[in-house]
Design a protein around this ligand. Structure first.
Ligand SMILES: [Zn+2]
Length: 78
């Protein structure tokens, strides 16, 4: 007996394994403006982006705060 050609229902056998979350850590780019500068008044280092910049006697100085800047200027003038 000839067996009639029957289409076997294809059994889909495949589990879609989803890739687990890709852990990509974004590298923090360091801007050059964030270099450390020293406050000449209190000798503290502060990032340039947060420093108080004053021109003192034609020179650009960086301070941790406006108070230090004023102290420094007063100190120079006596
Ligand atoms: Zn200071």
């Amino acid at each position: 007996m000839l067996s009639p050609p029957g289409n076997q229902p294809g059994g889909g056998h495949g589990g879609g394994a989803r890739g687990a979350g890709a852990g990509q850590q974004a590298r923090q780019a360091r801007p050059q403006a964030d270099e450390m500068v020293q406050d000449p008044e209190c000798k503290v280092y502060v990032p340039l982006s947060r420093a108080v910049t004053r021109e003192v006697g034609g020179r650009t100085m960086h301070f941790c705060s406006g108070e230090c800047a004023e102290k420094y200027v007063k100190g120079l003038r006596g």
